[in-house]
Design a protein around this ligand. Structure first.
Ligand SMILES: Nc1nc2c(c(=O)[nH]1)N[C@H]1C(S)=C(S)[C@@H](COP(=O)(O)O)O[C@H]1N2
Ligand SMILES: [Mo]
Length: 387
């Protein structure tokens, strides 16, 4: 996948992405979007700037954009049809957007969409792929219909094993495999898995998958197929580059097991988001005026277990205190946290932030290295000067 990413990048975009470090990526606005950090121009890979990760809901114009393939059609919502079928479907369906609106129960979820490669650009040593900083993620309210209801309408034959999904975007070269992904049947039938056509109360932006996309709360963004065109119930594992070569992790070192039909003794697909956190303010390099009240703020999230606590240290990790958690927006959402910083004395505050899930899992101190640059959920560090 990585080599293909580079092959498909226009030389100018590639040079820009390479020549600039994480913080220095140019801010560029795609049509209909606010300025975002350009990590690659073609295919478009644009990251949300840190300040825009502070609100509870990431505004649609500021939501990150990730594509593998460079031919991205503008889909006419009136002409759009979702084809539902496959060898394990009772019969074929062709659904319009209106069918989805009128003939299925509405469903809604607040969920973090996080790219598997979020923070890849922070890996040491460097690994190939889009060099994301912290902003290949966002939190939104997604509204649509349950994938399960649509599959049940087509009829689920008892030998169904996976649900294969496809979008409308295409490769430039025929030799490049089209972006098709699969889900284990159980995950596809989960109550939370949606075909969404709204994001934060508005129709999906083009760059985030209009007119309809998959939302797979708790699982990384790779399964959240945009511009969804086809859903197939199949009795066998999907065998393609995107399932068998890309988006996989070594079995040793990472939790998992949610995708048996695509797992082997050495590797398995990345699935659940791991417990994680992000400091949104102060920003890197910010100085705090001595004696003026200051708050440490950020977000904590996981794969849907729910955040139990966020602990903060200001002495480099010796003593830890709980942060105050913000509103619970649901188990797949991120959770804001806040902690008052002591600015009474001049000097350096060595801030550490560590989130814990309700199942006891906690952010590790160090990176669990892997060649794809996934799952950077290290304890967050920030050194701030009080002066
Ligand atoms: N059609 C299509 N859907 C896709 C992709 C893609 O390249 N094409 N990329 C996936 C990946 S890897 C991620 S992280 C999310 C990103 O969603 P966003 O671009 O709306 O932020 O979309 C997913 N869905
Ligand atoms: Mo991704």
């Amino acid at each position: 996948m990585k080599r293909r990413d580079f092959l498909l990048s226009a030389p100018a975009g590639l040079m820009a992405a390479r020549a600039l470090s994480a913080a220095e990526a140019p801010l560029v606005a795609l049509p209909g979007k606010a300025p975002l950090l350009e990590r690659a121009f073609r295919p478009p890979n644009f990251e949300t700037p840190l300040a825009a990760l502070a609100p509870d809901f990431t505004p649609n114009p500021l939501f990150f954009v990730r594509y593998h393939l460079a031919v991205i059609p503008q889909v006419d919502p009136r002409a759009w049809r979702l084809s539902v079928g496959g060898a394990s479907a009772g019969h074929e369906l062709s659904l319009s957007l209106r069918d989805l609106h009128e003939n299925f129960a509405p469903a809604e979820v607040v969920a973090v969409n996080q790219c598997s490669g979020n923070r890849r650009g922070l890996f040491e040593p460097r690994v190939p792929g889009v060099q994301w900083g912290n902003g290949a993620m966002g939190n939104a309210r997604w509204r649509g219909v349950r994938l399960r209801d649509v599959l049940e309408r087509a009829g689920i034959v008892s030998d169904a094993l996976e649900v294969w999904v496809r979008g409308a975007d295409r490769p430039v070269l025929e030799a490049t495999p089209p972006f098709q992904k699969s889900l284990p049947l159980a995950r596809a039938l989960d109550d939370s898995t949606l075909i969404a056509f709204e994001m934060n109360g508005a129709p999906l932006p083009h760059w985030n998958g209009a007119p309809a996309r998959l939302v797979v709360p708790g699982w990384t963004g790779t399964y959240w197929m945009k511009h969804l065109t086809e859903v197939r119930l199949e009795p066998k594992p999907l065998e393609n580059f995107w399932m068998k070569a890309a988006y996989r992790l070594p079995v040793a070192g990472f939790p998992g097991g949610g995708f048996p039909s695509q797992s082997n003794a050495e590797t398995r697909p990345i699935t659940d988001i791991l417990v994680n956190s992000l400091i949104t303010s102060p920003g890197p390099g910010d100085r705090l005026p001595r004696g003026r009240p200051a708050q440490l703020r950020g977000k904590a999230w996981d794969g849907g277990v729910g955040i139990e606590a966020v602990d903060v240290s200001v002495d480099g990790g010796n003593a830890w205190q709980p942060a105050r958690l913000g509103d619970d927006l649901g188990r797949y959402a991120w959770r804001s946290f806040e902690y008052p910083l002591d600015t009474s004395k001049a000097g350096l505050l060595k801030v550490r932030v560590r989130a814990r899930s309700r199942d006891g899992s906690m952010q590790p101190d160090g990176l669990t290295f892997n060649a794809s640059g996934y799952h950077d959920n290290r304890v967050q560090r920030l050194t701030v000067e009080v002066a």
